[in-house]
Design a protein around this ligand. Sequence first.
Ligand SMILES: Nc1nc2c(c(=O)[nH]1)N[C@H]1C(S)=C(S)[C@@H](COP(=O)(O)O)O[C@H]1N2
Ligand SMILES: [Mo]
Length: 286
Amino acid sequence: MRTRIKEVIGIDWFDGAVMNCVWEGPRVRDILLAAGVDECRALHDHVPPKHVHFASYGGKTQQDEWYGGSVPFSRVMRADMDVILAVKMNGAPLPARYGFPVRAIVPGVLGARSVKWLDRVTVSDKESPCFYQQRDYKVLPAEAVDAETADKYWAQCPSMLDMPINSCVAWPTSDSTISLPASGLIDVRGYAVPQGCQGPVVRVQVSGDAGKTWTDACLECGGKDASKWTWVLWNAKIQMERGEGRKIFAKASDAGGNQQIHERSPWNLRGVAYNGYEAVFNLTIV
Ligand SMILES: Nc1nc2c(c(=O)[nH]1)N[C@H]1C(S)=C(S)[C@@H](COP(=O)(O)O)O[C@H]1N2
Ligand SMILES: [Mo]
């Protein structure tokens, strides 16, 4: 958002803020049931639980005394949402920096809710009071242009949960120069992720002529047989012409019928939830 539209308050993630690996651990649902949180009773309670908080009181964070986040209780209690407390990553104990000994994993949801170094789970009628739930990770309206004008919107805007459908081109890269092969076809490779829990990605279309024509990419792993949570890696050969300032568009669709719809997403102050399909820009082809 900063690179393509205008300045934001946020870190430059570029195309790399994504995690795809094998997580293992019990469902939070089963832990809550074992702890006596009864789904039926919960539904009829005077103050029904609405949120499940994950917290790590191990140390201060930049903006708060601890780190925490919450997700809807109804999501956690659905076995098919796979909200787990992970104790293994890719078959081995969690590495320290990824949350050893235990962390929450909320697939399909922004990473901020997957609390690392977890030491408390709380069922509550309110969202987590942590700074990162209340005053961060929200898509603010365009009127919020700096910290001051944003102030009144934090309480009004919903906390982010499901991430939007997205695709990224890993090769070729923006601002680079490549030579056109004799075939006239450029090899393009990337990944795509579905919207929240509505995966898998079922189609990726690529354009080398600013959207006039689209070519279907080949889904290398994943496709309709993929788990709904995983990314798909894809490749395509597309016709492009020599010249400067060339662009590549990549547009994903998922099983839930979601598709990237904007060339560039509408701007927001924190620069979050960007999923424009303009994937490569300022490419020189010689
Ligand atoms: N305890 C703790 N958990 C945390 C954070 C943190 O600062 N402290 N950062 C969150 C954010 S914002 C993200 S994006 C993910 C990053 O997870 P990763 O390190 O496995 O990529 O961890 C989440 N869990
Ligand atoms: Mo994050």
